[in-house]
Design a binder for this molecule. Sequence first.
Ligand code: FE2
Ligand code: FE2
Length: 153
Amino acid sequence: MAWVGSVLSANELELWTRMVNHDRRHSIAVARRVQHMLAGTADAEDPRWISAALLHDVGKLDASLGVLGRVGATLAGAAAGHDMAEAWSERRGITRRFGLYLRHAELGETRLRVVGARAEAAAWAGAHHDPAAWDELGFPAGVVTALDAADDD
Ligand SMILES: [Fe+2]
Ligand SMILES: [Fe+2]
């Protein structure tokens, strides 16, 4: 995907490429929406925000769950409470994969920091399901609004 390659650094692209098709498509759709929402603002051409959109779900790599498995993980998390995710991720088999999936934000941030991705992309991956953490990011308010509104999962 030429556009993605023009936005991401080589190390970011290497991670992005390892996501499954479904997640790559989602990430491009989110990034295009962010670009559209920021059009005409000073942040529109800033690659930090587009890379944050492209990489926000990269932590889903760790769970390697298909669509049905994700539905299961989401339901299990809702039933047992998201706080169980850490304990589950220490277990084995499908329980472990559910736990990893529910922790994809934190795992994505870690992966991005390890490969030396842009700090903003790593920070957004870690915070994207945690509105209480958004003020501390120090991103322009319009950027956070766009990143959140563009993400439909
Ligand atoms: Fe996510
Ligand atoms: Fe997402």
